[in-house]
Write a protein of this length. Structure first.
Length: 445
């Protein structure tokens, strides 16, 4: 009853009610656009494209686009080009002094970086759009359909695809400003959830039609899925709190400071970035494996085809796991900077009890991050290869994607962030929160 009352309280708050309504309407616009097929493409000829995106990295891209990729929609390229551009700009801010200067300029610098991100997104889209159309033409023609695209049609459709992705980006920004949650993450979440009902229905009917386990095996899979989700929540929320004591300062006749606070160092400070980087690199040998299928089986490409061609294979997942662990350490090292934290503490008269300020504090924080990153990176690697284990035990290809990897962490992270915002609105209006403890931890905590 308390949970139902809390839901009713949500709709009593006018601002929160309006934000939820705006979020729902904008998400609805996005989902409708995912079903608008590109001009000149017959929906009846897209079966080959659906077969092309039923496994591997293409399945992941199709999941993030909410099925628009396989449906040749005007939103087919989705939000991934914007995310790619954001990653590039973020990395540039770590190595280029001019970008580092903009990061320190506050709101004006952030607006400049956002503008550069948009420009880079358009550049990426003008490369990806023709590539997508060439592949679409090949897949449809190979299946016996008709998709002969002239040069001018390719240019026209490339503009349509680019405009579609930029419109999705605009929707995401509007959700962030006028709705609830992070708009870009919300759009990815909706794309992932959109495929979940179909995937679980396929798995359910598949288990009913087989003699191996049947309904009991399906229930076991659901229990394991909830266990993996619980593990994902622990991975997203896990922190190590480092106590910080602030020295007392006397200004005039008043005394300031002296309070003890904590630095929350995250167990998984890199979030899903290591998985994204590893997937991008692992796609290279998969592409070479495609050429190896037509070459000498004893040659170099043939060896690559045998080792990396099967995403369910042992060697593929071992290399994938190791790369995720390494990338977790790499990304944590460039995002969490102990020297900067130690310097800020020193400037604000803060210190860690028992540790000298300055270099010793930086070394202490670095040692803690190294220790807590190890279990975080190992668990992240296990979560990433969980879909391969699920497929090995006979789980449907589509349903297996929800047992781990990027999709699981995005689901957990975005849901927690959204609930945290709703929780904040409830607390501001003196209503009970969604949880008995009155507080939900999000990725930003």
């Amino acid at each position: 009853m308390k949970f139902i009352q809390t839901i009713l309280n949500i709709f009593k708050i006018e601002d929160l009610r309006n934000r939820l309504g705006v979020t729902f309407l904008l998400v609805l616009v996005y989902r409708l656009g995912c079903h608008i097929v590109l001009p000149g493409i017959s929906p009846a000829d897209l079966e080959a494209m659906r077969n092309f995106t039923d496994k591997g990295l293409m399945q992941l891209l199709d999941m993030f686009s909410g099925g628009a990729f396989s449906q040749a929609s005007i939103f087919a390229l989705g939000i991934m080009p914007y995310i790619t551009a954001s990653i590039v700009i973020q990395l540039a801010g770590m190595v280029l002094p001019s970008f580092q200067k903009m990061q320190r300029e506050g709101e004006s610098g952030r607006m400049k970086l956002n503008q550069y991100t948009r420009y880079l997104t358009v550049a990426i889209l003008f490369v990806q759009a023709p590539a997508y159309l060439v592949n679409l033409q090949y897949q449809v023609t190979a299946a016996g359909g008709h998709a002969q695209l002239s040069m001018w049609v390719m240019i026209y459709l490339s503009v349509v695809l680019t405009a579609g992705s930029m419109f999705i980006m605009w929707l995401g920004e509007k959700i962030t400003d006028k709705g609830v949650g992070n708009g870009i993450s919300m759009i990815i979440l909706v794309g992932i959830i959109a495929r979940f009902p179909g995937a679980i229905f396929q798995e359910f009917t598949g288990r009913l039609n087989t003699a191996q386990g049947g309904l009991v095996m399906f229930l076991v899979e659901i229990i394991i899925l909830f266990a993996v989700i619980a593990g994902g929540i622990m991975l997203v929320q896990g922190t190590r709190k480092v106590p910080v004591q602030y020295a007392k300062r006397i200004i005039g006749n008043r005394q300031y400071g002296g309070a003890r606070q904590y630095i929350p160092l995250k167990v998984n400070a890199a979030n899903v970035m290591p998985i994204i980087f590893a997937q991008a690199l692992m796609f290279i040998p998969i592409t070479l494996a495609g050429f190896g299928a037509h070459s000498n089986a004893d040659g170099v490409l043939g060896t690559i085809s045998r080792v990396f061609g099967d995403m369910n294979g042992v060697w593929y997942n071992v290399v994938y796991f190791v790369m995720i662990v390494l990338f977790t350490y790499f990304y944590t090292a460039i995002t969490v900077r102990p020297n900067d934290i130690a310097e800020n503490l020193k400037k604000n008269s803060g210190f860690i009890p028992g540790v000298k300020p300055g270099k010793k504090t930086a070394e202490y924080l670095d040692s803690i991050m190294s220790r807590i990153t190890l279990p975080g990176s190992l668990f992240l690697g296990i979560v990433a290869i969980m879909p391969a284990f699920a497929r090995y035990f006979g789980v449907n290809q589509s349903f297996a994607q929800f047992f781990g990897g990027t999709s699981l962490l995005i689901l957990v992270g975005v849901v927690l962030d959204t609930l945290q915002q709703i929780e904040t609105h409830l607390m501001m209006h003196h209503y009970d929160g969604l949880m008995k403890s009155g507080k939900i931890k999000g990725r930003t905590n």
